[in-house]
Design a protein. Structure first.
Length: 300
C-alpha cells in the first residue's frame, strides 16, 4: 500500500489533474476557458479533489502490474519492435563511442581521468551496451554484481535477496522506490506533454506549455539514472555480503578456498538455470526448522 502511494499515486494524479483541467476548460473542442476549470465553492473543490484522487488511485492500481515494463522500455529493450530496432542500433553505437571516449580520457593523467574511471565503473562492457543511460546503469549492476563471483546475477537475485539483512533490505526497497517513482514521473510528464500539445495546439499564447513538461520529464529521467546507479551499487553489496548465505540456504557446501568460489558458484548458476549438475555437493549442515532471518537472530 505504501509503495503504491509513493510510486504510483502522485504521477497518476498529475496526469489525471491536467487532463481533467483541459477537458473542463474545453481545450479539446475549441478555445480554452480556464474559468470553467476552477471549482466554485468549497464543496465543489472538495468533491473535485476526491474524484481526481479516486481516479488517480484506480489508474495507479491498473498500471502497477506494468511497472517492470515501464522501466524496461526506458532501459532501451526495443529490439523486438521493428519500428524502434533501427533506432536502438543507432543509439547503441552512440553509447559505444561515448564509452570509448571515456576509456581514452581515463588513460590520460590528470584529474579528468578519475572522473572518467568513476563513470566507466557505472557502465557495462561495450559488447552489452543498451541504447539508454538508464539501461546501462541497471545492466552494469545486473552483469557485475554476481558475475564477479561466478553467479549469474539475474537468476540468483530473487533467491539471494531473501537472505539480506533488514537494514540492507530497507535500503534496497527505498532505492528501488526512488527509481520506480522517477520512471513513473518521467512517463507522466511525457503523457502530459502529449495531452497539452493535443489540447493547446491551436492556441498561440499557451502553445509553449508542453515544453516545461518535457523538461520535467528529462529531469525525472536523470533522477531515474541516478537511482539506478545507486541500486546497482547495492546489488553488488548484496553479493559481497550474502553470497555464502545463499549457499547455506540451498544446502550446498561452502568453498574451502577463495579459488574455488568461481567453480562452486558457476555450478550453482547452472543449477538455478535448470541444468543438471551431478557433481555439486548437497548437505544439511544445519538443522533449520524454519527460515532463518538474514541477521541470524531467529532461533534455529
Amino acid at each position: 500500500m505504501r509503495r503504491l502511494l509513493t510510486v504510483g499515486l502522485v504521477p497518476c494524479w498529475l496526469f489525471i489533474g491536467c487532463f481533467w483541467s483541459l477537458a473542463r476548460a474545453g481545450s479539446f473542442t475549441g478555445q480554452s476557458d480556464w474559468a470553467r476549470a476552477v471549482p466554485v465553492g468549497p464543496g465543489a473543490t472538495i468533491g473535485t479533489l476526491v474524484a481526481l484522487t479516486g481516479c488517480a488511485w484506480l489508474l495507479a492500481v491498473l498500471l502497477q502490474p506494468f511497472q517492470v515494463r515501464a522501466v524496461r522500455v526506458l532501459e532501451g529493450y526495443w529490439d523486438r519492435w521493428p519500428a524502434t530496432a533501427q533506432l536502438a542500433g543507432f543509439l547503441v553505437e552512440m553509447q559505444r563511442r561515448r564509452q570509448l571516449a571515456l576509456r581514452d580520457k581515463a588513460s590520460r593523467p590528470g584529474a579528468a581521468s578519475a572522473d572518467a574511471l568513476r563513470r566507466l565503473a557505472s557502465r557495462p562492457p561495450v559488447e552489452v551496451l543498451l541504447p539508454t543511460e538508464l539501461g546501462n546503469a541497471l545492466r552494469a549492476g545486473e552483469i557485475s554484481a554476481g558475475e564477479r563471483y561466478g553467479l549469474t546475477t539475474l537468476s540468483s537475485w530473487p533467491r539471494i535477496y531473501m537472505q539480506v539483512s533488514d537494514r540492507l533490505s530497507r535500503s534496497l526497497s527505498s532505492t528501488r522506490d526512488a527509481l520506480d517513482t522517477a520512471v513513473n514521473l518521467c512517463w507522466s510528464f511525457l503523457a502530459l506533454a502529449a495531452v497539452l500539445a493535443a489540447g493547446l495546439y491551436d492556441e498561440a499564447g499557451v502553445r509553449w506549455l508542453p515544453l516545461p513538461a518535457l523538461v520535467f520529464a528529462a529531469v525525472a529521467y536523470k533522477g531515474a539514472v541516478t537511482a539506478a546507479q545507486a541500486y546497482s551499487g547495492l546489488m553488488q553489496v548484496v553479493f559481497d555480503l550474502h553470497r555464502f548465505d545463499l549457499l547455506e540456504a540451498l544446502h550446498h557446501r561452502l568453498p574451502s578456498e577463495r579459488e574455488q568460489e568461481q567453480e562452486v558458484f558457476g555450478k550453482v548458476s547452472k543449477l538455478l538455470a535448470g541444468l543438471r549438475v551431478p557433481d555439486l555437493p548437497y548437505e544439511h549442515g544445519r538443522q533449520v526448522s524454519h527460515p532463518r532471518d538474514a541477521d541470524g537472530s531467529a532461533e534455529t
